[in-house]
Design a protein around this ligand. Structure first.
Ligand code: PLP
Length: 257
């Protein structure tokens, strides 16, 4: 039997982020990938032009049909766009015995909102309560906690706030805190804080890094690795992928191949 990972994410037709890149990561890491579309984006290598929601109920129905049929080992959520989608995801997953990675996607690099503002409190109240691993970047961490992040002390305070909110493990992606030649990720788990330090890859505007990290964590959870080990393996995978990014279009984004 093959291990199964499910992504619930926005469609990125250019294949650099969202559902499309998640499925490529699942394939590359050897799990069987399933994908529930949460919303549509129109985008290319210059950024997100616009977004479209699906019909109400469509996300719940897609997830429900899968869980009625398959034994899914781990799930990730990415771009959810609307409050009702956050609610539908919660309703579909709340009683399932499955590992859930929540990538709290809020805004695209090009500045388009990928989650409406009023959905943020629902995300915190509902999805965080069933979340195994939460993977905010620093701007997301600020919005989710209301704490302005100026340095490591603030990251520590914010990470603990999220743990107190009911999240099991938090991975704060430190990439936006430019600090010399390395990038530090902060892992809050089992009452501890561990730091993972990697060489900074010297390319601006890599598209979909957060999606690749969270889908790789999901794949490793599907194999049965515990949280910290899954995060370390996924972060190493992302680093390896960052070494061979390519520009594919006429815009400024680099793509993870
Ligand atoms: N499109 C979709 C569907 C996404 O899920 C995301 C991020 O998660 C993005 C676009 C934005 O990606 P980036 O900010 O890396 O360009």
């Amino acid at each position: 039997m093959k291990n199964i990972s499910l992504t619930i994410a926005g469609s990125d037709p250019s294949g650099g982020a969202g559902l499309q890149v998640d499925l490529k990561v699942f394939k590359e890491l050897g799990v069987y990938g399933m994908g529930v579309v949460s919303s549509l984006t129109v985008q290319n290598s210059k950024g997100v032009l616009c977004t479209y929601p699906l019909t109400r109920g469509a996300v719940f129905q897609q997830i429900d049909a899968l869980f009625r049929d398959f034994k899914i080992d781990a799930v990730k959520t990415g771009m959810l766009l609307k409050t009702e989608v956050v609610e539908e995801v919660y309703k579909a997953l709340e009683n399932k015995n499955v590992k859930i990675v929540v990538d709290p996607v809020l805004v695209s690099s090009s500045g388009k909102p990928l989650l409406e503002e009023k959905a943020i409190s629902v995300l915190k109240e509902k999805l965080f309560s069933i979340c195994s691993i939460l993977t905010p970047n620093l701007p997301e961490l600020e919005v989710l906690t209301g704490i302005e992040i100026k340095g490591e002390d603030d990251i520590e305070k914010a990470g603990k706030y999220l743990i107190d909110f009911g999240v099991d493990t938090v991975v704060v992606k430190g990439g936006h805190l430019k600090k010399g030649k390395t990038v530090i990720d902060y892992i809050f788990y089992e009452g501890k804080l561990e730091k993972l330090e990697y060489p900074m890859v010297n390319v601006d505007d890599v598209h979909g890094t957060g999606c690749v990290l969270s889908s790789a964590i999901t794949a490793y959870l599907s194999f049965g690795y515990e949280h910290y080990k899954a995060i370390r393996l996924a972060r190493a995978f992302l680093q390896y992928k960052l070494e061979s990014v390519k520009k594919l279009g006429t815009g400024s984004f680099y793509f993870i191949l």
